[in-house]
Design a protein around this ligand. Structure first.
Ligand code: C5P
Length: 311
């Protein structure tokens, strides 16, 4: 194949519950994840020199071997046993970095799907999901997208019917100078709450079952008023990051949101609305305060798809 592009969407967490610690040192989680219509674009060209050359239009993003795009490319080459495969990858970054929107994981997932097609490797969707799970806890979800229950480290997926989630929309806020490290947020959560973590598989299984029957899920299907959203990392991050506290005050002042919460380990925040018009109206309503607080904002729809090849 000569050249192709891959759409790499952001996600938000509609529920993030920290259950306890796992034997591998990661946290056992119960989450509802949702892709949104805010996406990066990867443009891929094959080369024959065995090198992965990554270029990005965002100056702050490392483009060396630590980037999940490069790591995904090297893993694919190793699994295919074809070290001579090379690619030039241009990344157009629109998802804010270090924001709790899984931009990096989504880019890695997009590289897996795109390079599998570009190099004609023929790995199955299941094989790509397995590689994604090796690279990062959120990466399998980013491959699949839509509305999903995510358990385990985050890699164990149970898709939900899209229902009304297709027409819902968000107003997303992030302060450009705030960024939260995911390992820091989980580490701090453990310091603060570790003594009260659940232990043992039966206790974890009970919480997973509770999430499958959470009133949030039918409310999402109907696009009706939602119960308050739960994100266990929000209290941890809110107490340490001033812009998270300030952004939450602004969003909670809005007249008609269905719900307000932080996404993932933050610091991005969102208010959920029945449709895109309502999200745009909220952006206009808050415009003066957002500018005064120095916030960036995006109004966008929820999306039923994960990473996607686009010609
Ligand atoms: O899997 P990923 O590399 O995205 O995780 C980043 C970090 O977030 C981990 O190194 C760990 O500190 C924390 N984490 C965790 N439990 C999870 C997922 C992530 O403690 N389920």
């Amino acid at each position: 194949m000569a050249e192709l592009s891959v759409c790499s969407p952001a996600k938000i967490n509609l529920h993030l519950e920290v259950l306890g610690l796992r034997a591998d040192g990661f946290h056992e989680l119960a989450m509802v994840m949702q892709t949104i219509d805010l996406f990066d674009l990867l443009r891929l060209k094959p080369t024959a020199d065995g090198a992965i050359a990554l270029h990005c239009d965002h100056p702050d993003l490392p483009t060396d071997g630590s980037n999940l795009i490069t790591r995904a490319a090297e893993l694919l080459k190793a699994r295919a046993g074809l070290p001579e495969l090379g690619a030039e990858i241009a990344l157009r970054k629109r998802i804010p970095i270090g924001a709790g929107l899984a931009g990096g994981s989504s880019n890695g997932a997009a590289a897996l799907v795109g390079l599998n097609a570009l190099w004609g490797l023929g790995f199955s969707p299941e094989a790509l999901l397995g590689m994604a799970a090796e690279l990062g806890s959120d990466m399998p979800y980013c491959l699949a997208g839509g509305t999903q229950l995510c358990f385990g480290r985050g890699e164990s997926l149970e898709p939900l019917e899209p229902g009304a989630a297709d027409t819902l929309a968000v107003l997303l806020l992030k302060h450009p100078e705030a960024s939260v490290s995911t390992p820091w947020a989980y580490g701090r959560c453990r310091e603060l709450r570790g003594a009260h973590y659940l232990t043992g598989e039966p206790a974890f299984a009970e919480r997973r079952q509770a999430l499958r029957h959470n009133p949030l899920l039918p409310a999402l299907q109907r696009g009706a008023a939602l119960p308050p959203l739960r994100n266990d990392l929000q209290a941890v991050v809110e107490s340490e990051v001033a812009s998270v506290r300030e952004g939450l005050v602004l969003l909670r002042r809005l007249r008609t949101p269905l719900a307000v919460a932080m996404s993932g380990s933050g610091p991005s925040l969102f208010a959920l609305f029945p449709d895109l018009d309502a999200a745009f109206a909220a952006q206009v309503e808050l415009a003066t305060d957002l500018e005064a607080g120095g916030f960036q904002s995006w109004a966008c729809g929820l999306s039923p798809a994960g990473v996607m090849l686009v010609a």
